[in-house]
Ligand binder design. Structure first.
Ligand code: IMP
Ligand code: MG
Length: 236
């Protein structure tokens, strides 16, 4: 066996949705060896079985004591973020915007969106507020950490993962206005209008949800699930 690789490129629609899987196996440079090829065939079958198993499992997530099911696929969320970025590029092109990412939840949304922002004088900063434990709003706002920039006279674009009760956003807006910002723009990837306890005007709203608890795409359930690119909904 040597260091050359044989690339088996198969389209496995029936088991992997729309994905095309590329399987790389070591190849033999010497003449055809039926035993070795039989072994490779078996390895491919085992790998296909594993892919099928993994894919089926990806439709459901178990995080701590709760089960979630696939709700919105990553590609749909990508499209929405692309549209949000295009609108911002147009609307804010004559400003020097400071994008303010609200951690932890909006880290993925921020990374996805900011790559598509083409406004030359773009700056990014991060703040942290948390009002959630478990699957319902805790009702308490924790301290705002991390904002060191001088905000006077600036256009600030808040990037939130989700607006639920609106409590965190209301708190942040009050804080920013007190710091003398010239203009505040609110962008939220997800929004649950039926959960609203505080009225918040959202300038860029990605996807409107019912009042359900969701995870993935940066959103967590007690620390887990943030890494999933798709959005999952809590099984009732
Ligand atoms: P709000 O202050 O009630 O609007 O909640 C704001 C924060 O709670 C969001 O930025 C999220 O981090 C978190 N949150 C709200 N809804 C959900 C959810 O469905 N799943 C996970 N986190 C959520
Ligand atoms: Mg958040």
């Amino acid at each position: 066996m040597d260091s050359f690789y044989n690339i088996f490129n198969g389209k496995l629609d029936q088991i992997s949705g729309h994905n095309i899987w590329v399987i790389i196996l070591p190849a033999c440079k010497s003449k055809y060896n039926p035993v070795l090829h039989r072994i490779y065939d078996l390895k491919i079958l085992l790998l296909l079985d594993k892919i099928k198993h993994d894919r089926l499992n990806m439709n459901n997530l178990i995080l701590h004591d709760k089960e979630f099911r696939l709700f919105i696929e990553s590609s749909k969320i990508d499209d929405v973020i692309c549209k949000m970025a295009n609108s911002m590029n147009e609307d804010l092109k004559d400003t020097a915007p400071l994008f303010l990412s609200v951690l932890n939840g909006s880290f993925m949304f921020t990374a996805d969106l900011i790559k598509q922002i083409t406004i030359p004088k773009t700056e990014i900063s991060f703040v942290k507020i948390a009002s959630y434990t478990g699957t319902s709003s805790s009702g308490s706002i924790q301290e705002l950490i991390g904002l060191e920039e001088n905000l006077e006279g600036r256009t600030v674009v808040i990037l939130e993962d989700i607006i639920d009760s609106g409590r965190s956003m209301t708190h942040l807006l009050e804080y920013l206005h007190a710091k003398g910002v010239q203009k505040v723009v609110v962008a939220s990837l997800f929004y649950k209008p039926k959960a609203a306890l505080y009225q918040v005007d959202i300038d860029y709203c990605g996807i409107v949800l019912e009042n359900d608890f969701v995870v993935g795409r940066g959103l967590d359930y007690n620390g887990l699930g943030r890494n999933c690119p798709d959005l999952y909904i809590l099984n009732a």
